[in-house]
Ligand binder design. Sequence first.
Ligand code: SF4
Length: 710
Amino acid sequence: MDRNPAVEPDDVPGGDAREAVRRFFAPDGPLARALGPSFEPRPEQRVMAEAVLAALQTDHLALIEAGTGTGKSLAYLVPAALYDGRTVISTFTRHLQDQLATKDVPLVERALGRPLEAIVMKGMANYLCRRRLDAYLRSAAVPAEHDPRLAALLAWSRETQTGDRAELPWLRDDDPLWREVQSGADVRLGSRCPHFDHCFVTQLRRRAAKARLIIVNHHLFFADLAVPDESPSRVLPAWDAVVFDEAHELEDAAAGFFGARVSSRRVELLRADAARRLQSLGLGGRSGTSGDRRAALDRLDEAVRDVGRLGERLAELAGGPAEGEGAGRRAPLGEALTAEEIGALYRAADDALERVERQLRTLGEGDDELALLAVRCAALRNDLAEVMEGDDEAHVTWIEPPRARSLPPGPVPGSGRRKRRGRGGAAEEEVRLPPGLVLGRTPLDIASLLQERLYARGGPVVFTSATLADHRGFGFVRRRFGLPADALELRLASPFDFERQALLYVPDDLPEPGESGYREALLARTAALLEQTGGGALLLYTSFRNQRWMAEALRALGWEDLLVQGEAPRHVLLERLRAERDAVLLATASFWQGVDVAGDALRLVVIDKLPFDVPDDPLVRARIERIRRQGGQPFGEYQVPVATLALRQGFGRLIRSRRDRGIVAILDVRLHRRRYGRAFLEALPKCAEARTLEQVDTWWRGTPPGRDEV
Ligand code: SF4
């Protein structure tokens, strides 16, 4: 690609980029002027920015851990603006992507006095496909004038400039209506599509081809990297450098795209698209259709039904609970089914898919859309064949059974209707349609894949996060990412004064997790801590079961107005935690990271126990067994480092600004009693420590820092 001229701060006309970075963050520099009185000099931020610039200018790989409050995003946006090439910035969460697009990029642009030429690209499924919308309108059972949701979608499609579903607040995350009209790598027809020039995805790609900064998420980045350079499924234009923020989440996001997966939803979508296209070609009904075509249609119907029946049979054999704890949990395919069952089902499924493909080709002669459907079917067969290669030294094959869940129709746009099942139930806005049955084959580690597909390209790659190191440093993550010896390393402490701002409470008088009386003791200790701080708390759990049990138990003790994950959408829970000074939020999984509640509203974080990965997850188990086979110690080499990074993320929820003060309680006595406990404690920021509630009380009653001390 052509390289664009570097954008340079006004202060250093023609000056060298390193000096420009220093000036940008200086107390009298462009950032200070743009921020005015709210500017705080952050030496760590400037050091990080210089390191990112060095990596970009010397084509190096770099690993940079920067503690909470460093201001990482500006520390890579500014060097990227000064870099002589196109940079992709990849995040894990949508929250960070939004923050970059709406806050950080505009701030840097204001400070520099010129545009960064940045663009946000989401996964293709976020954009409307005009061709599929047309097909859906033609085949919809209820016409748009009698279907308010379809009418709203249609009206929006005529006005929107982006086709981005985020503009539709009434559309649930996994609304079935959207699935019928979304774009996607396998539904795009490319330049043969009649809507190609006005297609939202085409326009997005054209804008991206002119941008210097492209903001994506890890899923889109690796989906793109996993397909060959020349593939029409690629959406990113050529780029020169990549910065991964939230890089601690990179491994699992990448592994998902370097493997293969087949889902019953994919088959259903193929069937629905085929039926719609046949109908629009006047081939849907039997009457008036020629004998050959009628026979081909019959064979297609039969083959599609066979695929469906095989999926049901597979789900039946795989078993597992359809509801409750453990529902839909992945299991190793080889344990769920015998080799004979797998072989027989695979042969039957491949045969049925081959018949679907053949009939689509027969019916689709001269029709691009049916031809594309045949190609999709062939890709499905390929992926199924890859999954069926089974486990080997480097891969694990798994099955995820469907969950039994009903999906009510979405709300009518503008009606403001929000259903809730009541206490203990899931709000309907949160309900996601499961992808049904999923079969997958995932690589056990991505080190060699990153080396072949990413590092071998030769450009700079920066990995950054607040948590990349365990108590021994970067060794673990270097191995997992397959980084060469000359990769740059930088570890920057948080600018926050944890010794003054935070108390780490780890009791030594509770039963261990799993011992009798543990839950009850956890409840009593949690309630005592909530009394101490008067709420303002985030209670983090390692399983939904523990979270649910604790919510019920606390309510029974009189803590009635709890915020509980699953009872309202995430953003609503977080808004209430911020707004209601004494709120208590119980959550698991995704709330261990990306929660940013500064100030007095969050003054207590309680962690129920050390967040070891679930050992029966097929990928975790296969990684553990592989290390063991290679003569290693999986607990110390893999399980403890992974749990350490997760614990550091959970801990990091508490102190979000220099004015925050509060308690992190980890109610797991193994931190004191087991040898590995020290590894966790040493990886946490140094802060005041307590083992008893009396010590907590003394610290809590200590004079809170006055504003002038801050
Ligand atoms: S070009 Fe592809 S995504 Fe765009 S409208 Fe056509 S089929 Fe849909």
